[in-house]
Each structure stands twice: as structure tokens, then as C-alpha cells.
Design a protein around this ligand. Sequence first.
Ligand code: ATP
Length: 466
Amino acid sequence: MANKDQTDTARMEKIVSLCKRKGFIFQSAELYGGLNGCWDYGPLGAELKRNLKDYWWRKNVQERDDIVGMDGSILTHQAVLTASGHVGGFSDPMVDCKVCKKRYRADQLEEAPRCEKKASLPKGEDKHCELTEPRDFNLMFQTKMGASSDDNDPHAVAYLRPETAQTIFVQYKNVLDSSRQKLPFGIAQIGKAFRNEINPRNFTFRSREFEQMEIEIFCHPDDGMRLTDEWLEKRLCFYEEIGVPRKKLHILDVPDGERAHYSKKTYDIEYEFPFGIQELEGVAYRGDYDLGKHQEHSGKPLEYFDEQTKERFIPHVVEPSAGCDRTILALICEASDEEDLTTEGGKPDVRTVMHFKPCIAPIKVAVLPLLKNKPELVAKAKEVKNLLQPHMTVFYDEAAAIGRRYRRQDEVGTPFCVAIDFETLGEETEDGQDLTDTVTVRHRDSMEQERIAISELLPWLLARIV
Ligand code: ATP
């Protein structure tokens, strides 16, 4: 089993550089030196992220009768976050070095780091930072709403939400009443969250602006523990479906004393990133803490009345909370590979390939005419492209030798390439076969090729990219 210290810096550097080179992820405001902890998704990254979010939504909302979706505002009323405890207590312990003034998250330090200002001290001298006592640093971004002339007007204060969950809790009653659900039922949301992390690091893993994919499942108190275990299993299956194998996932049963005080059970689902085993998602049993607090602070009843048992109670909550950006990073780490295809004659050949599952691959199919200077080939290829384009992301490429074009698609994880050649146009094969209106489909992972009729191509692809 890998341990927490197992890291692979060189592999991570390659992944970061591939992400930039191929247009998956760029540093935000790179032109101006970069905005720390913020990232922009380029053309392929945006497709990848959209595919992940669509897949999560389809599996957790559209294909279920007991979960409904919502899309709440990012700007959040301070009363909401006061009630939830974020205004008073959403903080990490921060320490400063008294010498170099750098700031660190105290709970992430195993020992005092090397001090930048002490680097030139002679051998034998203590070169470590001299750290202050830890103090709480609130992670929320505060902002001002409206055109209040008083800079200190407390009513103008609002926050960028630090998690999507609170918008769900404060709309729980409206959703329940309007959707006529019965317990147990869930509300799902995908959206941005913001945390002023003390030390953003490990590429997109710890960012200041990120996206969450959260479900709050409201249930009878007797069902809380069972549902927490069931959802842990469901979430592990989800990761397998999108291409993160179970053997790379670790379950941390968060021990007493390390869980939030209101949580009776929390599992962290962790992944073996190249920089260590780190959290992808938390599955937490939050009891009646959230609805209880909002009922208390708002003065509005948030109890549920069970028509059958005539019971009235505050529902308990089970929360699978996943990070979209962390999942994307795990998918990229898991997919990226370098295969040694050196020939028997010793000609060196390394194939860079992303083994994305077709359901999340940014480009589903590339359409490639064998030669670009044969108008009939190009016309036929464009016909095939137009046939597929309304149904999936298609990349059309006619530049360079076909082998090179296949490799370019391997690098960005396109699962299928379709080549249009002279046989497609009706030329007989050497052994006299008529392959008119068929194309060569080349599979990314096995690099095998097969012949498929153009009339069959769309359903063939649609069946494989869901
Ligand atoms: P961590 O301990 O890594 O700071 P957390 O336990 O505070 O995370 P939660 O509050 O449980 O995280 O948030 C749920 C999910 O949101 C996390 O599992 C993670 O995937 C994602 N997430 C939280 N903070 C960040 C961040 N700064 N950058 C990217 N994703 C994040």
C-alpha cells in the first residue's frame, strides 16, 4: 500500500506541463504573473469538466426519483453563515515565521520549514523558521453588497459561499414543498465555492476558488448511519465508472475527535495523487445540526411531518461532498500514461496517451481524411464530421501524416479516430473487397483498427461514449 509520504514530483511536473501545453488547465491571470490559488480551464479542460459534471448530474439527479437539483446563489447572506457557524468558526490555524514573515497552515506542518532569510547562515546554524503560536484565520471571502455610503455598514456585508451545502439547507423547505418529495430524499447542487486557503498548493488540488458537487440527503434519524454507509459505497462505484480504479482509492473512517463535533460518522474518500494520498470527497453524517441551527436562528419551523407515523422531527442529513476540480485532477493523473513502444529493431518510441473513459473524454472522435490534397477524401470526411457533430464533440484534422494525427489524439485522450481513405470512396482492396462507404475506426487504447459502415457509425459511437 502506498503511504502518505509517497510522492512523485517529476510525474506531477509532467502532468502540469501537459495540461498547459494541450489546453486543459492554465494558471489564472498568467499574463500578469498569476493569481495564486486560481485556475482557468482551457478548451479541453472545459469539455472534461463539463462531461464530469453532466455525468454526476445524470447519475445522481436525472436517473433517480428521490434526488432533485438546485442552483443557489454564490453571494450569501451573512445570517446564513452566522447560523451555520462559518462566521465564527470556519478557520484554519495559521502561523507566521518571525524572521521571513511567510505564513503556514499549522496543521499541515510536521516540522518548522526552512527559512528563506536564514539560507545564507553558516553551516551548523539553525536554518528553520521561527514560528509564532497558531491563531485562527477565517477562510471566508467577505464582500460588500449595494451602494451603501457607510464603509462600516454591517448590513452590507455578504460572503462568497465557502461550500454549496448551506444554500441547500436554507432552501430545504421550499424545495420540499414545491417538489412534493418524501423522506428520505436528496437535494443536489454543483457550483462554485471559495476559501481563502492559507497555502494553495499541489496544482488545482487546493485552490481558493473551486467547484463542489454536493448532495444533502434528508432522512429520518433512524436511517442516518445506514445511508452514510450506502452512500460511501455508491460514491466509490461512481469513481470506478469514470475511470478511477478502486485500488487507488482509500477510505478514511475519520476517528472521534477529528470529525466535526456534530458528525457521528465521516468517511473521507482519498486518492493516490502523485503528491500523496489526499481527500477527494467527504461522506458525512451531519445529524440535525444544519437544519436545527437554521430553525433556531431564523425562527422558522424546519420540521418534517410524517403523514403516516404522525411524527414531527428535524430531518437528519447525510452529505456526499465531492470536489469537481480534485476529481478532474485525479482523472488526469489516472489517465496520463507514457507507453514504451520501442520496436524490436530498437527504434525508440514513447507514446503519450490519456486513457480517459469515453464518457468523460473531452473529444469523443476525430475525423481524419487520409490525405488533405484529395478533394474527394476531404469532402467525404467533412460529410462524416457533419453527421457526427450534432451528437458529440468531434475534432477534424487533415494536417500531417495519419500516424502523427493518431498520436496527437492519443495525447488528449480521444477514444476513437475515424479515417476516410480510398476504400471509403469505392476503390477495391488488394484482395478485391468492396469497402465503399465504410471507414476505419482506430481504438486509442489497443490501437486496433476495424472497418465500420458510415451508416452504422453514429449508433456505434453513441453506444460507446455514454
Ligand atoms: P481539506 O481537508 O482538504 O481542506 P475539507 O475536508 O475542508 O478539505 P470539505 O469541506 O469536506 O473539505 O469539502 C468537500 C470537498 O470539497 C473536498 O473533499 C474537496 O474535494 C473539495 N474542496 C474543499 N476545499 C477545497 C479546495 N481548497 N480546493 C479544491 N477543492 C476543495
